[in-house]
Design a protein around this ligand. Structure first.
Ligand code: IPD
Length: 265
């Protein structure tokens, strides 16, 4: 029987809600840590526990599916559904007691994302999309801001963790910053793409995202009217993810391509 994307979304929303509560309880504990234990260990621990909950709940409901998670590799399943999961996107924000972190769950059927949820429990926001069915925040339809010229664009971006990559990202930013209205660095790629969907930024680009960072949120951005892709026509990949409404997408693409923004310099 054919899989109904809306049913996959319903399951994803339930599981993301439950996972968000668990992670939010954990974040409250990080804040009251004594000096003996390392806060980063607690975050890693919460990442693992949250992903475990997600994996267990998804597979209890749909035992034949595969789950690719940030913390655990892809289990292969007998159905053609694969879940792509980031238990806590925005771990540094999480660690610092900030609200900009999210649970991200995408459902792929035969390799294509068909449904996704990004839940930001501390902000009390839930972003959802089904392919072809539009994007929503808490049930209210979202529309990306209309394309503006690059010089008037508020552009979100993010940085990787390695020193060499960061040095190159700073080089790229040196050229981009004087050409745009301003830059935002929120610290959670999934929420950057949701902000684009909600018209809170005009565009987004980042080097080195993993499928679990963008799986659900890229669909949400697309369903709200943005184009999401890489350099030279490639899909969003570990090279470079660019997202913006048509017109602005091409302008940003053409600025970033000669800078080698999909490489590490
Ligand atoms: C990171 C965040 C960050 C982005 C990094 C991601 P994580 O995800 O989304 O904003 O700049 O590229 O790896 O590690 O917090 O799940």
């Amino acid at each position: 029987t054919a899989v109904e994307p809306r049913e996959l979304l319903e399951l994803a929303v339930d599981v993301a809600g439950e996972a968000g509560l668990l992670a939010a309880e954990g974040q409250a504990k990080v804040a009251v840590l004594d000096t003996k234990s390392s806060p980063t260990d607690v975050v890693t621990e919460m990442d693992r526990a949250t992903e475990e909950l997600i994996r267990t709940r998804l597979l209890a409901a749909r035992p034949g599916d595969a789950v690719l998670g940030e913390e655990g590799g892809a289990a292969t399943g007998s159905s053609d559904v694969r879940w792509v999961v980031d238990p806590i996107d925005g771990t540094v924000n999480y660690l610092y007691g900030r609200a900009e972190w999210a649970v991200s769950i995408a459902a792929e059927v035969a390799g294509e994302v068909v449904a996704g949820v990004v839940a930001a429990p501390v902000r009390g926001e839930q972003y959802t999309a089904v392919r072809g069915g539009g994007a929503y925040r808490d049930g209210v339809p979202l529309r990306a801001a209309p394309a503006v010229p690059l010089e008037f664009a508020l552009v979100a971006t993010g940085f990787g963790y390695g020193a060499r990559r960061r040095a190159h990202q700073a080089e790229v930013l040196r050229t981009v910053l004087p050409r745009v209205r301003d830059i935002r660095r929120a610290g959670a790629a999934a929420l950057d793409l949701c902000a684009l969907a909600a018209g809170q930024v005009n565009a987004y680009y980042e080097r080195g995202l993993n499928p679990w960072d963008w799986g659900a949120a890229a669909l949400i951005a697309q369903e709200a009217g943005s184009r999401v892709g890489g350099l030279h026509g490639a899909p969003p990949n570990p090279g470079l993810t660019i997202a913006a409404p048509p017109g602005l997408f091409e302008e940003l693409h053409d600025l970033l391509a000669p800078l080698g923004a999909d490489g590490d310099g």
